[in-house]
Design a protein around this ligand. Structure first.
Ligand code: UDP
Ligand code: MG
Length: 214
C-alpha cells in the first residue's frame, strides 16, 4: 500500500501495530480529527508487525478510505523497536510523532507536542503521569530496569519517558544514521540529544486486546 498524495506532508505519525485490529478504527478517527485541527498536512504510517488478526485487512481498508493513512507490512513479528525503525525510515514529515496503536497514547496530546516543536524543541517526549494501569509487580520491575540502565549507562533517561514523542526531522535523520541492530528506542531517543522537553500525559488503559510487554 502506498500513499497516493504527491506533496510531502509536514507531519508524520508512526505507529507500530501488532494484533490491534479492533483499535485501529477508533485510533484513526481520533487521529484524523486531532490532526485536522492542527492545520498541517499529515501522513500516518502504520507498521503491521506480522499480526495474526484482522490488522492488515483493516489497514488496507483505512488506506482505501483515506490515503493519508498508509501501511507497511512485515512478513513476521519482529518486535516493536524494529517496527518503529521501519516507520521512521518511511516517514517523510518535517516532524515525526511516534505512538502506540492501543490508545494508551492519547492522540489529543499531539497538539501540545506540535506547540513545543513550533517553539523550537526537537525531541519532545510524553512524560507519563499517574500510571494507574500497571500491575504493581510490573511497575516494580520497570523501575528497577530503568534504575539499572541509569547506573550503567552515561545517558540519563528522563523519568516517565517512553516511545510516545515528537522528533524534529534533524533528530529523525540522526537516528537513521545509526546502524544499531539491537534497538532500544527509548535509550536512543535520549542519547541523540537535541533540544529536549517533556509534556505530561495520563496513560490510558489499553482499549482492546492484551499487552505484549516483555
Ligand atoms: N507492538 C508491535 N510489535 C510487537 C509488540 C507490540 O508492533 O511485537 C506494538 C503494539 O501494537 C502497540 C505498541 O507496540 O502499538 C506497544 O505494545 P503493547 O501495548 O503490547 O506494550 P505496552 O503498552 O504494554 O508496553
Ligand atoms: Mg500498550
Amino acid at each position: 500500500m502506498t500513499d497516493s498524495t504527491q506533496i510531502t506532508p509536514e507531519l508524520s505519525v508512526v505507529v507500530p501495530v501488532f494484533n490491534e485490529a479492533r483499535n485501529l478504527r477508533p485510533l484513526a478517527a481520533r487521529l484524523a480529527s486531532v490532526l485536522a485541527g492542527l492545520g498541517l498536512s499529515f501522513e500516518v504510517v502504520l507498521i503491521d508487525d506480522g499480526s495474526r488478526d484482522e490488522t492488515l485487512q483493516t489497514l488496507r481498508e483505512l488506506n482505501a478510505a483515506d490515503p493519508r493513512f498508509s501501511a507497511l507490512s512485515f512478513s513476521r513479528n519482529f518486535g516493536k523497536e524494529i517496527a518503529i525503525a521501519a516507520g521512521l525510515d518511511a516517514a517523510r514529515g518535517r516532524a515525526v510523532v511516534v505512538m502506540d496503536a492501543d490508545l494508551q497514547h492519547p492522540p489529543e496530546v499531539i497538539p501540545q507536542f506540535v506547540e513545543k516543536w513550533r517553539e523550537g524543541y526537537q525531541n519532545i517526549y510524553g512524560r507519563r503521569i499517574g500510571r494507574a494501569t500497571d500491575p504493581k509487580l510490573r511497575t516494580m520491575f520497570t523501575r528497577l530496569f530503568y534504575r539499572l540502565i541509569d547506573q550503567f549507562g552515561d545517558v540519563a533517561l528522563p523519568e516517565g519517558a517512553g516511545d510516545f514523542r515528537l522528533l524534529d526531522r534533524q533528530a529523525v535523520d540522526a537516528l537513521l544514521r545509526m546502524r544499531e541492530r539491537a534497538r532500544f528506542n527509548k535509550g536512543l531517543f535520549a542519547w541523540i540529544g537535541f533540544k529536549t522537553i517533556g509534556v505530561p500525559f495520563v496513560v490510558e488503559r489499553r482499549a482492546f486486546g492484551v499487552s505484549s510487554f516483555n
